[in-house]
Structure formats: structure tokens, C-alpha cells
Write a protein that binds this ligand. Structure first.
Ligand code: NDP
Length: 280
């Protein structure tokens, strides 16, 4: 039976550390402020935006909310970002993705001042990560590193296999594991003999976007398995599952993240951490 990696607990620890730092800054008269822009009324985006607001409240940071109609133009959105770039009171800017049809997301991401890009999506921050410079790191993969470290998983010298190469999860994840001195292999949809590769992993990180895809046949006994995926078990159910078939993998893994309660809560905790640490 695998040991569970408790993302709920670890994310609360991180938010509590942020709260202490914000309180210490406040004593010096320094405020921390996140600006969140939502375009349109996608219900899932509204939930995410609201959760970010609540997390700011929890740590004692200010949150400014901006809402544009889905009928707004790219120019209006860019103008708002520029206003926030130039506002010294704003430390972090987050544009909730995905944007409605017709918006150019890449241009919007590039328009954010890289030093306020708390999501870590700006090409300058991606570049900083790849050459080992300080900068904002994409929140979900940064959260995985915290889960591993705070669960006492040694990363250095370990065989790490990352399944998935998206810009927001797989690629930054592989760069972060490299930075921690793991030996890293990245798999994707064209990988041949995926099972052969994943079975080599001491640490297997799965961000593939396919419910319960990775079963025990892909996993080495005793491996640490991190499941980034989140899916509804079926469209009408509130029950969630990951990219890993937990029931099949849990008996043979050494440590494993559950879904929900594993990687999921880490993303917002790391957003708060990015926001607060920008002041230090
Ligand atoms: P993407 O769809 O952007 O990327 C999926 C990746 O998996 C691609 O690189 C793709 O390869 C690869 N892939 C797809 N099928 C296979 C296969 N059969 N074998 C090997 N590789 C495959 O997904 P994301 O990275 O955005 O998200 C991954 C998962 O993580 C999703 O379930 C998502 O919901 C979840 N997620 C969770 C977050 C959280 O907060 N916990 C945050 C972000 C995402 P190729 O490049 O060749 O197409």
C-alpha cells in the first residue's frame, strides 16, 4: 500500500507560510496585491477566479477583480493589462484562461509585465526557468516540486519520467526536475513503448489529460507517482479522478497523490507563493 501525499495539508502549510510573510510585510507598511482579469462568464473560470480571491483573503493579500464581457476586444484587454502593468500598487497580474474565442492568448500573455506574471507563462519567465535564473514558475509544476520535497522524496539522481509536454505542465515540470538534479525523460503522444519508459521511473509524473490512463502495468514497484490530471468520472457526477488509475496503482506504488486532494490544491497555493515571494 502506498503512502498518500496529502496535497490538501501541504497546500495549507504553504498558504499559512504566505500569511505569515504578508503579515510581516504589513508591519512594515507594505501591501501585497493580485489583479485578476476574467473575460466572459465561463462557469468553470468563475469558480477558479473566486477561489483565487478567497486564497488572497486567506493570506491577507488584496485582490482586485476585473471583468470584461466576452464581446470585449483584444485591444480593450491589452489596454487593461497595460494599466495594471503601470500600477505600482499591483504586484501580480493574472488573466484567467482560456479566453473566449477570438482572443489571442499568446499576445495577452506576452503583454503582461514578466515581473508581475505570477502564472509564470510569459516567455521571459519560461526562459528564466530553462537557464536557471530566478523568475516566476508555472504554479502546477512548482506545486509538484513542493509536494515531493515536503513528503521527503529525494529527487537528486533519481530517474524521473514526465508524461505530457504541455507548456503549462509537462515542459516546466521537466525543467524543474532537471533543476533538482533528477535524470529526466519526457514522454508524449508519439513516444514508442510508453510502458517500457514509465516502468523505469523512480518518480513518475503524469499530466496527459486522459482519465485513469496509467494503470499498474506502467509503474515500477515502489515508485513515487504524481497524478496531475483532473477529470469528472462521468459528466453527471461530481466525483473526480486523475490520469492515473488510483485503485490499480496504489497497491504497488511507494507514494502516490490522490485525486482530489493531491496536486489540485497546490496550484492556488503556489500562485499565492509566487505573489508573496515577488516582494522578497
Ligand atoms: P494537454 O492536453 O495540454 O497536454 C497533454 C499532454 O499529454 C500532451 O503533451 C500530449 O502529447 C500527451 N499525451 C496525450 N496522450 C498521450 C498518450 N497516449 N501517451 C503519451 N502522452 C500523451 O494537458 P495539460 O498538460 O494542460 O493537462 C494535463 C492534465 O492535467 C489534464 O488532466 C488537466 O486537467 C490537468 N491539469 C491539472 C491542473 C491542476 O491544477 N491540478 C492544472 C493544469 C492541468 P502531445 O504533445 O504529443 O500531444
Amino acid at each position: 500500500m502506498a503512502e498518500l501525499i496529502d496535497g490538501k495539508l501541504i497546500s495549507t502549510q504553504i498558504k499559512d507560510e504566505c500569511k505569515e510573510k504578508v503579515a510581516a510585510l504589513k508591519e512594515k507598511g507594505i501591501e501585497v496585491t493580485l489583479a485578476v482579469i476574467q473575460v466572459g462568464d465561463d462557469p468553470a473560470s468563475s469558480v477558479y477566479v473566486n477561489n483565487k480571491k478567497k486564497a488572497c483573503e486567506y493570506i491577507g493579500a488584496n485582490s482586485l477583480s476585473y471583468h470584461l464581457e466576452a464581446s470585449a476586444t483584444q485591444a480593450e484587454l491589452l489596454e487593461l493589462v497595460e494599466k495594471l502593468n503601470n500600477d505600482d500598487k499591483v504586484d501580480g497580474i493574472l488573466v484567467q484562461l482560456p479566453l473566449p474565442k477570438g482572443f489571442d492568448e499568446d499576445e495577452v500573455i506576452r503583454s503582461i509585465n514578466p515581473d508581475k506574471d505570477v502564472d509564470g507563462f510569459h516567455p521571459i519567465n519560461v526562459g528564466r526557468l530553462s537557464i536557471g535564473e530566478k523568475g516566476f514558475v508555472s504554479c502546477t509544476p512548482a506545486g509538484v516540486i513542493e509536494l515531493l520535497k515536503r513528503s521527503n522524496v529525494d529527487i537528486e539522481g533519481k530517474e524521473c519520467v514526465v508524461v505530457g509536454r504541455s507548456n503549462i505542465v509537462g515542459k516546466p515540470m521537466s525543467m524543474l526536475m532537471l533543476r533538482e538534479n533528477a535524470t529526466v525523460t519526457v514522454c508524449h503522444s508519439r513516444t514508442k513503448d510508453l510502458r517500457e519508459v514509465t516502468k523505469r521511473a523512480d518518480i513518475l509524473i503524469v499530466a496527459i489529460g486522459k482519465p485513469k490512463f496509467i494503470d499498474a502495468s506502467y509503474v515500477k514497484e515502489g515508485a513515487v507517482v504524481i497524478d496531475v490530471g483532473i477529470h469528472k468520472v462521468d459528466p453527471n457526477s461530481k466525483k473526480l479522478c486523475g490520469d492515473v488509475d488510483f485503485e490499480s496503482v496504489e497497491p504497488i506504488a511507494g507514494k502516490i497523490t490522490p485525486v482530489p486532494g493531491g496536486v489540485g490544491p497546490m496550484t492556488i497555493a503556489m500562485l499565492m507563493s509566487n505573489l508573496v515571494n515577488s516582494k522578497f
